[in-house]
Design a protein around this ligand. Structure first.
Ligand SMILES: [Zn+2]
Length: 132
């Protein structure tokens, strides 16, 4: 059962991640909230470039930064696994240091949800604030 409130909640929760994917030139959205028996989380479909690529799970009970980092983690896993451009998997989000070939990783630091370079912990950007 999908309610208007759940739909608005999913869109709002996904907003920072949508922004960060858009910074990479891809359109993404989360929608069609639903629940399955035995899972207390709210589930939603992730679409990238109009294509459903997987299911996101939102833990409404967690603290805000934790919710955001978890959602970013889920999204990143799906994007790295399922999104291709010109036959190659997409590196998302690209490291702030463009000479690094790797994507950044999700980190929780002092109550903030961040993207962080896996090699240089000084390279960080809050999730939702990536620039193109
Ligand atoms: Zn890096």
């Amino acid at each position: 059962m999908q309610t208007a409130d759940e739909n608005a909640y999913v869109i709002e929760e996904f907003r920072p991640i949508r922004h960060d994917i858009l910074a990479a030139g891809l359109r993404a959205e989360a929608g069609d909230p639903h629940r399955i028996a035995g899972d207390p989380r709210l589930l939603a479909w992730l679409r990238v470039e109009g294509e459903q690529i997987g299911v996101l799970a939102l833990d409404e009970a967690a603290a805000a930064a934790e919710r955001l980092s978890t959602l970013a983690d889920f999204t990143q896993d799906l994007v790295l696994e399922k999104v291709f451009a010109d036959g190659r998997s997409v590196t998302w989000p690209r490291c702030l240091d463009r000479t690094h070939g790797h994507p950044m990783v999700v980190a929780l630091d002092d109550g903030r949800a961040l993207w962080r370079c896996p090699r240089d912990a000084r390279l960080v950007v809050p999730i939702g604030e990536l620039e193109a």
